[in-house]
Write a protein that binds this ligand. Structure first.
Ligand code: AVJ
Ligand code: FE
Length: 444
């Protein structure tokens, strides 16, 4: 899979950029233009901001930094700088109107494709920016990350359903595997120095010692989460981290975001439609605090980031860390629920072909999984291409999420991929699974 053939690398770069643009176009054309400039939630940008920001980052990173071109519209840079304006304020900015934003993003893309055509994909190319097409991979990932962000905005949006997709297949047979899997103790290789499109925070590869532990075979389901709710989980301070308890009291939390109770039944709103909460699906739209409280109630804990990655990548037969739970092959539809093919998680226990050698399911796709870990650099981290990409987010404020949701494209997730967010966030497509230490007698 890690090819060095320059024409194959060029083809992959073009495909990744085109795939991303197809999705961006869908997400910004399935509602009327006035909905692109509207503020659907103070938590999110107007969709038209994401669209022009995608073009502006592509212009800055590719046209200017890599190809040395002049700024096309330098006056708009500050409008689309994510650090300059908080999301809630973005609707008030003199943003490009939908038609202008489309035209600008298309114009940038035209020039970007010219650069791809002329770029050297030679392994000896001196600059890491273009080696193996990293710069193009980074741009495609950035656009796909915003496509997930825009899908979150669509989920928050009120009004008639604008997006549809077929549901994932129901389980062929009820999942009857073990509830948890023992991950043996010992070192494993975490992170990567080889994955060509890995971002700075995934690098470099390094050894981590992870003692034996047990990990849930599947993400925690809505049915299991409802047991926590029914047992008074949201009413008992003892399960909650102090800041989580403050959040529960302040906002009166009693269920995941988008849930509501009607005559004793829990319903949820999903992309403009209302439906009974499906018991067998992984729970989604819970904060880190809720995941942490559930785990404590269950007598368990969230896995650390290193535990998650070891469970996802270690091949116990060879001792090697692989790219994905199923091996080194790029994700295919039978491996995982990725790429907005479906607009919901698949039932827990789905995708047997995607399980890890130790038998853990659905590590990739379906829901982002909260881990107990703060977002920190790996030993030997070097910020690239800018400090603003990851480095400024390191520290205790952000928790790491792993694995990717149904909304993330395969280009923007892999066994080493690290997402991060505030522990209060609930609008992201996040769920979790739980872990526990292995007791001495259980260690293989
Ligand atoms: C990796 C999802 C936390 O959305 O803030 C988008 C990705 N970085 N533009 C984010 C990102 C710059 C980032 N996350
Ligand atoms: Fe961005």
């Amino acid at each position: 899979n890690v090819t060095t053939d320059p024409e194959e690398l060029r083809r992959r770069a073009v495909t990744a950029l085109q795939d991303a643009r197809r999705r961006t176009t869908l997400l910004t054309s399935c509602v009327e233009d006035h909905e692109l400039t509207a503020q659907h939630s103070p938590l999110m940008s107007p969709l038209v901001w994401d669209l022009a920001h995608i073009g502006n980052q592509e212009e800055q990173w590719l046209l200017r930094a890599v190809a040395g071109q002049e700024a096309m519209r330098p006056e708009i840079d500050p409008l689309y700088d994510a650090f300059e304006h908080p999301r809630a304020e973005r609707p008030k900015l003199p943003l490009l109107a939908p038609g202008e934003a489309r035209g600008y993003a298309a114009q940038v893309r035209g020039r970007a494709l010219d650069i791809v055509e002329k770029a050297s994909f030679d392994a000896d190319a001196a600059a890491r920016l273009t080696r193996s097409g990293f710069a193009f991979g980074m741009i495609a990932q950035h656009e796909q990350q915003h496509d997930e962000t825009m899908l979150i905005t669509h989920q928050l949006r009120r009004g008639a359903q604008a997006l549809t997709a077929p549901d994932p297949a129901p389980l062929a047979a009820p999942f009857d595997g073990p509830a948890e899997v023992l991950i043996p103790g010992g070192p494993f290789t975490m992170g990567t120095s080889a994955e060509p499109w890995a971002l700075d925070n995934e690098r470099p590869a390094h050894q981590r010692l992870v003692p034996a532990f047990h990990l849930d075979t599947t993400p925690v389901t809505n049915a299991a989460y409802q047991e926590f709710m029914a047992d008074g989980g949201y009413e008992q301070e003892r399960w909650w981290a102090p800041a989580g308890w403050v959040m529960v009291r302040e906002y009166g939390l009693r269920a995941p975001l988008f849930w509501r109770e009607e005559s004793g039944q829990w319903l949820r709103r999903r992309f403009g439609a209302s439906e009974p909460v499906p018991p067998g699906e992984p729970v989604v739209h819970v904060s880190w605090y809720e995941a942490d409280a559930y785990a404590r109630w269950a007598g368990r804990r969230l896995p650390t980031e290193a535990e998650w990655e070891k469970a996802a990548r270690l091949d116990p037969a060879s001792g090697r860390s692989r790219r994905y739970p199923w091996g080194d092959e790029d994700p295919a539809p039978h491996h995982a629920n990725l790429g907005q093919r479906h607009l919901r998680p698949a039932p827990a226990g789905s995708y047997p072909a995607g399980e890890s050698p130790l038998g853990v399911r659905q590590l990739m796709g379906d829901v982002w999984e909260w881990t107990s870990s703060d977002f920190r650099p790996y030993p030997g981290f070097v910020a690239y291409p800018y400090r603003e990409y990851s480095e400024v987010f390191f520290g205790p404020d952000h928790k790491v999420l792993r694995g990717g949701s149904f909304a993330v494209d395969p280009v923007a997730c892999r066994g080493t991929f690290r997402n991060w967010d505030y522990p209060v966030r609930r609008q992201i497509f996040a769920g979790f699974r739980t872990a526990r230490d292995a007791r001495p007698g259980e260690v293989a």
